[in-house]
Design a protein around this ligand. Structure first.
Ligand SMILES: CC(C)(COP(=O)(O)OP(=O)(O)OC[C@H]1O[C@@H](n2cnc3c(N)ncnc32)[C@H](O)[C@@H]1OP(=O)(O)O)[C@@H](O)C(=O)NCCC(=O)NCCS
Length: 208
């Protein structure tokens, strides 16, 4: 059976992201630890707590909002070559190649009990700021074409779309179509995100 995905790639400089509305409710933003996920419905679902502990060991960072009862209300993952060499998960078993001057936000989720409070949007902006503190000059995020809610939020906080990628997986192989090129990738290998390969000059930093 062929599995297909269409994903859009978005990019912003850290200082280009912003949100005007306040978060509704009282939440605490910080890096999340395995224990936070073990103590939360979101983390106990689908074996995430165990999987996430492994991700953290590889250098990926989980950030998010804790609800007043101490459970994870929203989480977002941040990866960058500055944080660790291991490339983050992408689609259909592939991993994403992140440029050395960039950070990547991925695998974000809000607990249904805390949706529509502004946590995801605020989280995107907060992670873009974190990205700047680790030296990233641009921030990337990818979402599936059909995920309108995620897409709306990504655009609303200041990211712009830079590329689209179509993927077709069969067995351990994935056919990748983007920027008019077709490439074949093995599951487990890392692919470049469209919109980045032919960058003529690096994104200029807002910092002197
Ligand atoms: C997509 C998802 C992360 C959004 O989480 P969320 O915390 O509900 O998102 P937000 O509250 O920031 O924004 C959602 C909506 O609430 C609204 N909102 C309500 N109060 C708000 C506030 N105080 N500030 C900002 N937005 C607010 C937003 O306008 C937005 O409206 P829209 O859906 O009509 O565009 C969540 O639905 C989810 O976990 N989905 C499944 C996994 C997924 O799709 N992840 C993203 C993959 S990249």
């Amino acid at each position: 059976m062929i599995r297909s995905r269409c994903v859009d790639v978005f990019q912003a400089k850290p200082d280009e992201t912003a949100i005007a509305a306040e978060i509704m409710g009282v939440y605490r933003f910080r890096t999340l630890e395995p224990a936070d996920f073990e103590a939360s419905p979101l983390g106990r679902e689908k074996g995430r707590a165990t999987n996430f502990a492994q991700r953290m060991r590889l250098g990926h960072q989980a950030w998010g909002y804790l609800a007043p009862d101490g459970t994870v209300a929203c989480y977002l993952w941040l990866s960058s070559p500055q944080l660790g060499e291991y490339q983050p998960d992408f689609e259909l078993g592939l991993r994403a190649k992140i440029p050395s001057d960039a950070a990547y936000i991925w695998d974000c989720r809000s607990d249904p009990r805390h949706e529509r409070q502004g946590l995801y949007r605020h989280g995107l902006v907060a992670l873009a700021r974190e990205a700047a503190t680790i030296g990233a000059r641009s921030v990337l995020i990818v979402t599936r074409r059909e995920n309108h809610r995620s897409r709306n939020s990504i655009l609303a906080v200041g990211f712009r779309q830079i590329g689209t990628m179509r993927l077709y997986g069969f067995g351990g192989l994935v056919l990748v179509a983007g920027r008019g090129r077709l490439t074949m990738a093995y599951a487990g290998s890392a692919v470049e995100l469209p919109g980045l390969q032919n960058r003529k000059r690096p994104i200029q930093s807002a910092q002197p």
